[in-house]
Design a protein around this ligand. Structure first.
Ligand SMILES: C[S@@+](CC[C@H](N)C(=O)[O-])C[C@H]1O[C@@H](n2cnc3c(N)ncnc32)[C@H](O)[C@@H]1O
Length: 328
């Protein structure tokens, strides 16, 4: 029997206490470390005994990675969105966390009869290919890239399995490196490795790239480069969650001339944690002229949660602190 990943509570095996902490400057590049940096790190709260038990901890995330990859019960196939999917050994498994299912919901691709969406999609970090294949089944032309070659193979396998190999082009690529410069997509999407690792962390395997991003270097490149590949009127999205450092990411976005808009959010239990997943839209920072024309003031952040739109102003000091902390 295949594990069904919809409608279950995830991460019971990997439970850690919930926390809501502030920015963790020690994890961003260029921050000087001193003897107290580990003890002061709000993300890990590593004590002198080395214990780590926080929802945003990169070490916890790497543990989750290790268990998900080496679990003897790890399936070679699973069911999701009413379909069955192959899962190769080195690939991010959608069965141990709710993120793939939530990403499908965010994109309106969750049902077996997904809404018809003939738009083109560039999926960054396609993993087993569930999102790419669902988008193709909904009528879209999809380019799916991953830095993990086995994920590329897994996506091809699932595209063939579901009869959409002609509409899914899976390519081995570090973000946009192998995407043709002239190519444009209606939607660009990455369900990211949102947990922030220290800037000097070196990956021990390609698997770990699905879970953590040292210094948010890959996120910075995504925020900067994605705009070159989107059609006029198209959208760049990032699936993020509060295991990540949203304030740090917002500060990076600002440095890249981008702003982030929460388009959807969904809070789910993962073990004993309540984790908020967000669909962020990456937008250019409007010019002064645009701002004057729209009557919108500097520092306003538009937040749309579960379809309800609400505007609030980010306090100037919070923005300044985020900027200081993320500066390289
Ligand atoms: C959280 S997993 C999501 C996988 C899949 N989209 C899903 O939802 O099941 C993140 C994916 O991003 C990929 N990734 C990480 N860094 C990347 C990069 N620089 N370029 C392309 N893919 C990357 C990982 O290999 C992994 O497959």
């Amino acid at each position: 029997m295949l594990p069904n990943v919809m409608g279950v509570t995830y991460g019971a095996v990997f439970a850690s206490p919930s926390m809501r902490s502030g920015l963790s400057p020690d994890h961003l590049p260029g921050r000087p470390k001193d003897d107290n940096s580990v003890r002061r790190c709000k993300q890990c709260r590593r004590d002198s005994g080395g214990s780590v038990s926080e929802v945003r901890s990169h070490l916890k995330s790497l543990e989750r990675c290790n268990r998900a990859m080496t679990d003897p019960g790890r399936p070679r196939a699973f069911s999701m969105a009413g379909r069955e999917w192959d899962l190769l050994d080195e690939v991010f498994p959608p069965v141990y966390s709710p993120s793939t299912g939530i990403a499908l919901e965010f994109l309106g691709l969750a049902g077996p009869q997904a809404h018809r969406r003939p738009a083109s999609l560039l999926e960054v970090g396609c993993g087993a290919g569930v999102i790419a294949v669902q988008a193709a089944l909904a009528g879209g032309a999809v380019v799916a890239v991953d830095i993990n070659e086995e994920a590329v193979e897994n996506t091809r396998l699932n595209a063939r399995r579901h009869g959409v190999a002609d509409r899914v082009t899976a390519v081995h690529s570090d973000l946009f490196a192998a995407v043709g410069h002239g190519m444009r997509f209606d939607r660009i999407f990455w369900s990211s490795n949102y947990v922030l690792a220290p800037a000097d962390y070196s990956y021990r395997s390609v698997r770990e790239r699905a879970y953590v991003d040292p210094g948010y270097r890959t996120h910075r490149r995504y925020l900067t480069e994605a705009a070159q590949y989107v059609t006029e009127g198209g959208s760049v999205f990032l699936h993020f969650c509060d295991r990540g450092d949203l304030a740090g990411l917002e500060a990076i976005a600002e440095e890249c001339g981008r702003r982030l808009r929460v388009v959807r959010s969904r809070t789910v239990p993962e073990g004993s944690d309540l984790v908020e997943h967000m669909l962020l839209e990456v937008l250019p920072v409007p010019s002064e002229a645009d701002r004057r024309a729209s009557g919108r003031c500097t520092g306003e952040r538009i937040v749309v949660r579960d379809g309800r739109r609400a505007g609030h102003r980010v306090r100037a000091e919070a923005v300044a602190e985020a900027r200081r902390s993320a500066r390289v």
